[in-house]
Design a protein around this ligand. Sequence first.
Ligand code: NDP
Length: 327
Amino acid sequence: MANIFREEDATLEPLEGKTIAVLGYGNQGRSQALNLRDSGMKVVVGNADDDYSAQAREDGFEPTTIGEAAKLGDIVLSLLPDEVTPAIYREQIRGNLVAGNTLVFASGYCVAYNQIEFPKDINVVMVAPRTMGEVVREYYERGLGFLSMVSVHQDVDGKAWDTTLALAKAIGSLRDMAIETSFKDETELDLFTEQALIPAIAIALKTAVEILLEAGYDKIEAGLEMYLSGELGDVLRKAGERGFVGQSNLHSPTSHYGTKSRLDRFDALGMRPVMEKILAEVQSGEFAREWSAEQVAGYPYFNKLKQDFEKTAFAKAEQEILKEIRG
Ligand code: NDP
């Protein structure tokens, strides 16, 4: 049984008197910096001088370079995209760390794939929120928590766990919970969810919307019915609270029967070998090597994939619907 930590399992004491450096002011960086500051922590932000640092200034920080912030921090949060982290670590972070510092990641990726070597005299830990950066902030402001996966890779002073849980508490996660894992498991589970589950949902939505549009249904009605009303989000939220089976009973018998009686048709599509291959690529490091090569090449295939998807009838219809209903 995995260790689960809640609000009462941590104190903020390990963070008292410490400077926390947030490197990167993107999705996670901005939200975590704001949450930490609102929890009473001393936060410095490191980012290149661009739109992200302009946002940080607007939010009341005085951003410095990544290297300068890393030097100022006792606790250094690396909140940079995984695929660029090894190079930034080598060039701007490593030389500014001193003995006793704690380096924190929001994902196990670079450690799991052995992309970074650490000095032996620092703590290396992970606090990986299981939700989007924007939601990390939204939930904090609403007094809610969110799941984080936490781990300690290197504990130099015997305090790494206390610091990890203090950070999880200060960003607001422990109002819900944190679960102990390894950097490897966090990475593989996260990548599998992103690559096996989300594409399956995306294709299901895309196919369903395109079929309904071709059949002549009004695009706003179809889009809202499928997912743009947020009902699908509610179904998954309830599944998170009661389990998928438990939430089934919240639907009408007609809905419940319709869903259960058609499950086999989708099971027959053969998703299992596709998902097994995806898991094998994640576990072997094949995906990580592919993604590193893509980053080195300047993201040509990634950019093409994004552009191609944006040109689909589904994506165009979605934009039109959103414009009409949300302005
Ligand atoms: P973002 O893509 O939002 O990060 C953008 C930030 O990274 C900006 O500050 C940007 O600054 C900086 N950055 C990007 N490229 C470079 C570069 N080459 N050199 C220096 N700085 C750079 O990342 P996320 O917040 O999405 O992800 C950060 C970490 O959080 C990752 O480890 C991710 O796995 C993890 N995570 C993310 C979640 C999410 O929902 N987004 C959820 C849970 C974990 P600039 O462009 O100005 O250089």
